[in-house]
Design a protein around this ligand. Structure first.
Ligand code: SF4
Length: 252
């Protein structure tokens, strides 16, 4: 059993496959909360801090999430969606942290079906969950967008960097890349040292950097610094197309 917060057809907005029409499954729940990312929201009159997908992270939103305990039913829904779309688009499995559910039998059945259908699957993951790729071989056919969190996430390093999880992903997956969300202040301070430390664990993966921002306004405040940072260090700049186009609208 796992939770979905939303599913929709859109365009991948970030990372290596930015611009590719993709069908999104967003799971509910995360093992981090990233209070440093600047999104604020209210729960029962209390102000909380989190990332741009706080509605898929904070369990106080769980009553609006959908419980999925029937893989066949979700697969039928996806088949109908693909018929409506007219082709089988790439799949993006995001969250929250989708790999919290990697060993769940319902979740794994859906992923295995997508792999059998030869559909490209990208996991948007924080890279902290260690996967047994021999036991769950379908994940070897997936792309892992490793959106590792840096100090600006507000999470302690011991929670956000798990070397054994990263080594397993680097060793077994067909394709992975590193993706960092950084802001103008971090560019001026620890960003390069933090990224280089992670690259000691995964030296061969391409690096994408994108500006912090849960809205157009916050992206505009950080994009130029990240752009110049990428030029300086030979990293790839990733924009956040869905926020540029739709601002804070969910489900796009
Ligand atoms: S790991 Fe990702 S989804 Fe989870 S709280 Fe941090 S930014 Fe949000």
């Amino acid at each position: 059993m796992f939770y979905l917060t939303e599913q929709f057809f859109s365009i991948q907005g970030e990372g290596k496959y930015a611009g590719v029409p993709s069908y999104f499954l967003r799971t509910g729940g995360c093992n981090l909360s990233c209070p440093g990312f600047g999104a604020t929201y209210e729960v029962d009159g209390e102000t909380r801090y989190g990332c741009d997908t706080y509605f898929a992270v904070d369990s106080s939103y769980a009553k609006s999430w959908t419980k999925v305990d029937d893989a066949a039913a979700l697969i039928e829904t996806l088949k109908k969606e693909f018929e409506t779309i007219g082709y089988k688009p790439d799949m993006v499995i995001t969250g929250g942290e989708p790999l919290m559910y990697h060993a769940d039998s319902t979740f794994y059945e859906v992923i295995s079906w997508l792999v059998e259908e030869d559909i490209q699957i990208t996991f948007e993951t924080n890279g902290t969950i260690e996967i047994d790729f021999d036991r769950y071989p379908a994940y070897q056919s997936c792309v892992f967008a490793l959106s590792l969190k840096l100090a600006n996430s507000g999470e302690p390093k011991s929670k956000r960097i798990v070397p054994q999880a990263l080594r397993a992903i680097g060793k077994y997956t067909k394709e992975s890349f590193l993706k960092f969300t950084i802001d103008a202040a971090l560019v001026e301070t620890t960003a390069i040292d933090e990224i280089n430390e992670i690259r000691e664990i995964l030296p061969d993966l391409p690096v994408y950097c994108m500006p912090v921002g849960e809205s157009r306004d916050t992206i505009w405040r950080n994009d130029k610094a990240v752009f110049e940072f990428c030029m300086k260090h030979n990293f790839r700049y990733s924009d956040r197309l869905h926020i540029r186009v739709f601002d804070t609208t969910q489900g796009v």
